[in-house]
Design a protein around this ligand. Sequence first.
Ligand code: R5P
Length: 294
Amino acid sequence: MIIVPGPASKDLGFRIANVLGIEAAPIEFKRFPDGESYLRFTKNLEKEDVVIVQTTGPPQDINLFQLLLLIDAARDLGSKSVTAVVPYVAYGRQDKRFLSGEAISSKTVFKLLETVDIDYFITFDYHNPEILNYFKDHVENLSAIPSLANFMKGYNLKEAFSLAPDDGAIELVKVSSKILGGDFGWLKKTRDKVTGEITVEVENLDVKGKDAVIFDDIISTGSTMISAVKILKRHGARRVYAACVHPLLIGDAKDKILMEGALEIIGTDCVQSPVSVLSVAPVVAEALRRHFSR
Ligand code: R5P
């Protein structure tokens, strides 16, 4: 097996290779003056199981196109199989036509991926797993929530409370609360389809004196986390932490969440960011081992 770290997931690619005890095969990469990407494999891929690691967080369109180039070239160069590890798949949240005439971008992304022919596809906590059914290739939608919850166990939380900042994250806190051992709850969030502004409703939130962790798949602008932190604080939570799988953290999202009273933001390297303190490399390595030993 050859692990190829793509330009957007260099560190994660090397970490996966390290966990597997093999050497990663770096690529030669540059951007032409007009912005186009140049990619060149430096290792012979013939008859090899090639694993390309490339996330598609910001800048999404560039990272996505580089992923397509890498997969297509690996196939062309005579590899035995091509696996794509795409820990964050861009456009996952545009999973339907919220307003008439909109592009269903998440579907288009998978249609594009299908054109380059992938044998095995690994991602993490995909926003709407139902969309993955449109993708004919072999998909593994792994979760980083158990790793995040296990990591939070090291924080000696008092009566740990797992909070889902909207009903889309309820399944995440069901998992985390089992690991952290405390209760879970969720908020009811609605987002304005045009402005993107959110409104949150709360019912029966018993967090007084407890340590709370908010778990979400994505932190983008931070508005969802900010409102959840505010609500927890207002309801008397003792310590509040924000945990997420995909820390996109656009603009000053990180500072705004911390200023609202969260003690720390804990993210993974599904998207490399200043809060990516937890690596998903062991989980990916385990999935690869399982897949290739079949
Ligand atoms: C939405 O349903 C997602 O699960 C996240 O809650 C959302 O994408 C976070 O976005 P933002 O940080 O911009 O509120």
